[in-house]
Each structure stands twice: as structure tokens, then as C-alpha cells.
Design a protein around this ligand. Structure first.
Ligand code: SF4
Ligand code: SF4
Length: 129
């Protein structure tokens, strides 16, 4: 079993989940995160932390084969992320918007931003759902 990041993370990417993962198994693409299924220890602590409700256990309806395969594939290709970063400016507007799967970017996150973007304070944005 593993936990899986699903569609609503696309363009939300609040990264609250990253802070709580005890094994640092999140990987960062240009506009979403994924979980490495072989590194995830199924603790489940990230699921309620996600303001976008984008994380699901692999036996939940939201964790379709499409998202399971996407998490596995891109966790091998994208860089590891271990600290929270500022969410995109329009993250709250993107939260819950339908049809985002067509906007998924296979590109990895830019590494140049990492040093500047790391934040330790509580995030200002919260889910409006
Ligand atoms: S908290 Fe949710 S929306 Fe934010 S990066 Fe993690 S999975 Fe994506
Ligand atoms: S379930 Fe636990 S180990 Fe797996 S990604 Fe979430 S916080 Fe990390």
C-alpha cells in the first residue's frame, strides 16, 4: 500500500504535505507533487494535511491506476522535496477546479528556486472548500 497524490494538487501545490512526511518521499514537478510508492511507509499523516484533499490511500476511489502510475513514474524522474515552499499565487483559485489533469506538466520543478523559496513560517493560504 501507498498514498497517492491526485489531480487537485495540479497548480495548487501548497506543499503542506512535505513538512509532515517522516521519510521525505515527496517529489516535485513543475506544477504538482507525487509520492514515491516504494518509499512511502503508509503512515497516512500527510492525507489530512493537504488543503486540496489531493492525497488518497491507494485503496481509495480517487487513487485510480492512472494516478498510481503517474506517481510511480514521476517520483523516479523529479527532484526530492523536503521543505515547504510558497504556494503559487493563484493556488486558492486552482483548488477544486475541474479538468486540471490536461494541464499536468511532466517537467521537473526548477531547482534554481529552491534556496530562495524555502519557508518555515505557517502558510497564509488555506483551502476554501
Ligand atoms: S499539500 Fe496537497 S496540494 Fe499541496 S503539494 Fe501536498 S498534495 Fe499537493
Ligand atoms: S503516508 Fe506517510 S510516508 Fe507516505 S507520503 Fe504520506 S506522510 Fe509520507
Amino acid at each position: 500500500m501507498t498514498f497517492v497524490v491526485t489531480e487537485n494538487c495540479i497548480k495548487c501545490k501548497y506543499t503542506d504535505c512535505v513538512e509532515v512526511c517522516p521519510v521525505d518521499c515527496f517529489y516535485e514537478g513543475e506544477n504538482m507533487l507525487v509520492i514515491h510508492p516504494d518509499e512511502c511507509i503508509d503512515c497516512g499523516v500527510c492525507e489530512p494535511e493537504c488543503p486540496a484533499e489531493a492525497i488518497a490511500a491507494d485503496n481509495a476511489p480517487a487513487a485510480t491506476d492512472f494516478w498510481l502510475d503517474l506517481n510511480r513514474k514521476y517520483s523516479e524522474l523529479w527532484p526530492n522535496i523536503v521543505a515547504r515552499k510558497p504556494a503559487p499565487a493563484d493556488a486558492d483559485e486552482q483548488n477544486g477546479r475541474e479538468g486540471k489533469v490536461s494541464e499536468f506538466s511532466p517537467e521537473p520543478a526548477s531547482q534554481e528556486d529552491d534556496q530562495d523559496d524555502a519557508v518555515s513560517e505557517e502558510p497564509a493560504s488555506v483551502c476554501n472548500q
